[in-house]
Design a protein around this ligand. Structure first.
Ligand code: NAD
Length: 304
């Protein structure tokens, strides 16, 4: 049986496939015409956020039994059509949780200690010691919005830092909350009482612009907002207004309503905002884990 690997995959993941006796065809990001040709005789396809596995591609692959996405989002796969044809669709939702959590904590420290600001000034030849006064995280209150895989990992790190932790989630995992010494509260209470707020909910109708003008106004003027979830969970215009008018003290953002973030976007003008280009899952470990996890799932489906 053949498996097409149509995106870069960790070598250990390739080994998992080969060791199970599967023939691996590797071609990085083929265009749609080439992909259509490549899938003719394959039983499995492994992709990342590219290439697109559309209805047309699925129809061109009569032996296809599984489509695997090394990573989380399945936007590039026609999941419904695949399922209607009895083709399984798998991904690796937990592979990057620790990495995203570590980035969220990195952004917290960075904003709290003005690391990016101080670094920019150093490069301009400015010794900005006075302007770089920061604050410690120990003893501060962290509000975690969305206590799932990533939120829980952030909580575990925050506990070791010595932060007090408030949680908001529609589903309450009391056992995990107890493990990190945290308590579930209403969103309004969390926003009013946290020194750092970090967002880890999925993008749904119920979470679109969850953080809007009204919610930003509830936060402390000294509060820092971190977002490594999805851009549209924060109303960007409201956030810009909050930063301009000092409703909050700073932000650390890995995700944006428009990605890539346009050059000269208002968010790039604030000294107290740290920006990263959607790199939450961009670690060696997360990529390896994602590849191995989907390779194992593909083997299980094809080899039983
Ligand atoms: P998860 O499903 O494990 O956890 C999400 C939590 O949010 C769940 O506990 C759920 O009950 C809760 N939730 C859902 N709707 C809610 C609502 N309306 N109000 C309050 N809580 C709600 O997800 P995860 O794996 O922890 O991922 C969290 C976020 O991180 C997602 O938005 C995901 O897209 C994002 N993510 C970002 C990167 C990156 O590169 N920055 C990488 C991976 C995931």
């Amino acid at each position: 049986m053949k498996v097409l690997v149509a995106a870069p995959l960790h070598e250990k993941a390739i080994d998992v496939l080969k060791n199970a006796g599967l023939e691996v065809v590797y071609e990085e990001y083929p265009n749609q015409d080439r992909l259509k040709d490549l899938v003719k005789d394959v039983s499995g396809i492994i992709v990342r956020s590219k290439p697109k596995v559309t209805k047309e591609i699925i129809d061109a692959a009569p032996n296809l039994k599984v489509i695997a996405r090394a990573g989380v989002g399945l936007d590039n796969v026609d999941v419904e059509y695949a399922k209607s044809k009895g083709i399984e669709v798998v991904n690796s939702p937990g592979a990057s949780s620790r990495s995203v959590a570590e980035l969220a904590v990195a952004l917290m420290f960075n904003v709290a200690r003005k690391v990016a600001f101080a670094d920019r000034k150093m490069r301009e030849g400015i010794w900005a010691k006075k302007q770089s006064m920061g604050f410690e995280l120990e003893g501060k209150t962290l509000g975690i919005i969305g206590f799932g895989r990533i939120g829980y990992n952030v909580g575990k790190i925050a506990k070791t830092i010595g932060m007090n932790i408030l949680l908001y989630d529609v589903y309450k995992n009391y056992e995990r909350a107890k493990e990190i010494g945290a308590e579930f509260v209403e969103l309004e209470y969390l926003l009013k009482n946290s020194d750092v707020i970090t967002i880890h909910v999925p993008l749904l109708e119920s979470t679109y612009h969850l953080i809007n003008e009204e919610k930003l106004k509830l936060m402390k003027p000294t509060a820092v907002l971190i977002n490594t979830s999805r851009g549209p969970i924060i109303d960007t215009n409201a956030l810009v207004k909050a930063l301009e008018e000092g409703w909050i003290a700073g932000a650390g953002l890995d995700v944006f309503e428009e990605e890539p973030l346009p050059k000269d976007h208002p968010l790039t003008r604030f000294d107290n905002v740290v920006l990263t280009p959607h790199i939450g899952a961009s670690t060696v470990e997360a990529q390896a884990r994602a590849g191995i996890e989907v390779a194992e799932k593909v083997v299980k489906i094809l080899k039983g």
